[in-house]
Ligand binder design. Structure first.
Ligand code: ACO
Length: 318
């Protein structure tokens, strides 16, 4: 059972931050960033809110799907952190869209879109929903330390949405979590103004053991994709597109090589968007759909990895 993707949408802030602009205030260069990551530009929020980006992406997806907000039975939003901790971003989005259905957020870092798809599938399969909006919206510009050249150059802001209805498009799904490796990628928090607090939380911006996350990313992508292909009885040749989490071009190339995928099978958007965490898959998926590169029946593989550490992969018949 599970779902069919009825429509997609995406949104990003208007300000384009180039590598050259970054090197005006950081000890970095276009050459370093391009050769180590493949990233050339990213969109950074100035006067945009995350709710605004999520709303815009979701309106586009509803329009593409020909579905009204009143027809939604569930809204799921994948985000590391919305504009507020509460109300959730999904509740803020529900209000903006004028929907009446239940709504909640999911945080599985960069793998969150796949965790949200699996949750949507469970609601659809159990008959508790007929039509679901899944949105992934991230404002990484709020989560990074803008004085740390090793991390802030990697990220950008954006949102992507899909409208799902009951169907048979989800052929296989694998999700993993490795809490033992939680310290490799951390965005901390603060203790508020509790005068009794004795706990020192990690700093409220992103820190990452880049090399270790890199190796984990390649290994898990390869293993997850092989597993879902096996589960669905398909070979790598039968995939039209792999739509991966967009973290680093070198990760994608290394994984593609091991999986014996052609260059054209792996879709990239990180040259323009940077790493937008869980929004990166639906952002790139929407580009594919709008460019007319997707046809009904195409086999798509999504693959993600990120903080937690979490990973996920799925096979979808579009
Ligand atoms: N400009 C110039 N030099 C830099 C920069 C920069 N922006 N950043 C780091 N350097 C320097 C380092 O200081 C180091 O210098 P040193 O040799 O003098 O010590 C040198 O460049 C090499 O640094 P490395 O960290 O070894 O560089 P590497 O080639 O490993 O690339 C990177 C770093 C891009 C972070 C890579 O490790 C990576 O992509 N890791 C995976 C990240 C990822 O996948 N994240 C996904 C999850 S994100 C999420 O879940 C929210």
């Amino acid at each position: 059972m599970s779902f069919t993707i009825l429509g997609t949408g995406s949104a990003h802030p208007k300000y384009v931050l180039t590598n050259d602009k970054l090197s005006e205030f950081l000890d970095t260069s276009d050459e370093w960033i391009t050769t180590r990551t493949g990233i050339k530009t990213r969109y950074i929020s100035t006067d945009e809110t995350l709710c605004g980006l999520a709303t815009s992406a979701s309106r586009h997806a509803l329009e593409a799907a020909g579905v009204g907000a009143g027809e939604l039975d569930l809204i799921l939003v994948s985000t590391l952190q919305g504009d507020c901790l509460t109300p959730s971003l999904s509740c803020m989005l529900q209000r903006e869209l004028g929907a009446q259905c239940p709504a909640f957020d999911i945080n599985a870092a960069c793998s969150g879109f796949l965790y949200a798809l699996q949750t949507a599938a469970a609601f659809l399969d159990s008959g508790r929903a007929e039509t679901v909006l899944v949105c992934a919206a991230e404002m990484m510009s709020k989560q990074v330390d803008w004085t740390d050249r090793a991390t802030c150059v990697l990220f950008g802001d954006g949102a992507g949405s899909v409208v799902l209805k009951k169907g048979s498009g989800l052929r296989a799904m694998r999700l993993t979590a490795r809490g033992d490796d939680r310290d490799l990628l951390v965005i901390g928090s603060h203790s508020g103004n509790n005068p009794f607090a004795q706990v020192q939380y990690p700093a409220p911006w992103l820190s990452m053991a880049g090399g270790e996350v890199f190796r984990f990313a390649v290994t898990s992508m390869v293993h997850d994709i092989r597993t879902v292909l096996e589960q669905s009885g398909l070979t790598a040749k039968e995939i039209k597109y792999v739509v991966p989490h967009q973290a680093n071009l070198r990760i994608l190339k290394a994984a593609a090589e091991r999986l014996k995928l052609d260059e054209g099978q792996v879709v990239t958007g990180l040259e323009r968007y940077g790493n937008t965490s869980s929004a990166s898959i639906p952002l790139v998926l929407d580009e594919l759909a709008r460019d007319g590169r997707l046809s009904r029946g195409d086999i798509l593989v999504f693959s993600a990895f990120g903080g937690g550490l979490t990973t996920g992969a799925c096979v979808i018949e579009y």
